[in-house]
Design a protein around this ligand. Structure first.
Ligand code: PSU
Ligand code: MN
Length: 303
């Protein structure tokens, strides 16, 4: 079987010219935010990347085709599609082989980006070790992916619904560099500060690209995780968020929500519990990440 990636015209042109391209995931569109905020956010994230001087490549599987860069109509359609599967490493190829349609998580977006030749990717928050993982064994495939696929992932940290200390521990075990951007502490998605010191800190795009190049020169496999703190004006403080999160997790447990459904369910429920405030923060942080990712991709394209 011959797998063809289907890059959009603009992505193909940018890749052929060696210009800066930023990969974007689609699970945040189909499972991470409600319509129409999901579409508005996806569109403004693409505009931010373009205005910064890079080309956005939103990734998804549509009718068995691995799309790298979505046409406006397709993005519009996907944002309203209630039946798209959530695809990670385990099921990306399944969707392609069976002609299915699905959105890509951080793990699956990294695989597709690397295949297409894209080295930088912007998301909201990566998956990680869930609270209670010692019982549930629920650890996102995003972490393993970071250890094997050479893509730099710009996030606002690990979602605070996770066990962040254990997530950092697993990343260290897997040899994944974790870098806080412009501060000492690792950010916690809705909050700029997780209360935990980040293993590494860098303060400029140039320093990040120097690090990417040094890892390449040493032939070290895998990607790296950048934690870009949510802007101060958009954050929800950690203490305030923590109350909402424990309530949401209790409700998820009471309803028996688990597996792939857990992250989307919690995100949706937290939007309800915060009367939409968490959604606004989510929108702000992903836009902020898109800009940093574009600047890293532009710096990388110069080398
Ligand atoms: N960040 C968001 N919203 C999301 C996600 C991340 O702001 O919906 C998605 C990403 O696609 C991430 C996935 O890869 O959640 C993690 O899911 P899980 O915990 O099931 O691996
Ligand atoms: Mn999981």
């Amino acid at each position: 079987m011959h797998l063809s990636i289907s890059p959009s015209d603009s992505v193909k042109k940018a890749l052929d010219a060696g210009d800066a391209v930023v990969a974007l995931e689609s699970t945040i569109i189909t499972h991470g935010m409600p319509y129409p905020q999901n579409l508005e956010t996806a569109k403004s994230v693409e505009s931010i990347v373009k205005e910064a001087g890079a080309t956005p490549a939103t990734i998804a599987v549509i009718d068995g085709q691995l799309k790298v860069g979505l046409e406006d109509e397709t993005l519009d359609w996907l944002a309203r599609c209630a039946t798209a599967a959530k695809l990670s490493r385990a099921d990306l190829a399944f969707a392609i082989a069976s002609g299915g349609t699905g959105s890509t998580t951080v793990a699956a977006t990294m695989i597709a980006a690397h295949l297409a030749g894209i080295a930088v990717f912007a998301t909201g928050g990566v998956g990680g070790v869930h609270r209670g993982a010692s019982e549930s064994f629920d650890i996102s495939a995003d972490l393993q992916e970071l250890s094997r696929t050479p893509v730099t992932v710009v996030s606002a940290g690990a979602k605070a619904i996770l066990d962040i200390p254990k997530t950092l521990e697993v990343l260290e075990t897997l040899g994944v560099p974790v870098i806080a951007y412009g501060q000492d502490n690792f950010p916690a998605f809705w909050s700029s500060d997780s209360g935990l010191t980040s293993p590494l800190r860098l303060d400029s795009e140039k320093a990040i690209v120097d690090f990417i190049m040094a890892r390449k020169a040493l032939d070290i496999e895998g990607g790296m995780l950048i934690g870009n703190p949510v802007p101060a004006g958009d954050e929800i403080k950690r203490d305030e968020m923590e109350k909402t999160i424990s309530k949401a997790i209790d409700n998820a447990n009471a309803k028996g929500i688990s597996g792939k459904a857990l992250t989307p369910w919690l995100l949706g429920h937290i939007v309800e519990l915060t009367n939409g405030a968490s959604l606004e923060t989510n929108q702000a942080l992903i836009k902020h990440n898109a800009l940093l990712a574009a600047n890293i991709a532009i710096e990388l394209a110069k080398r």
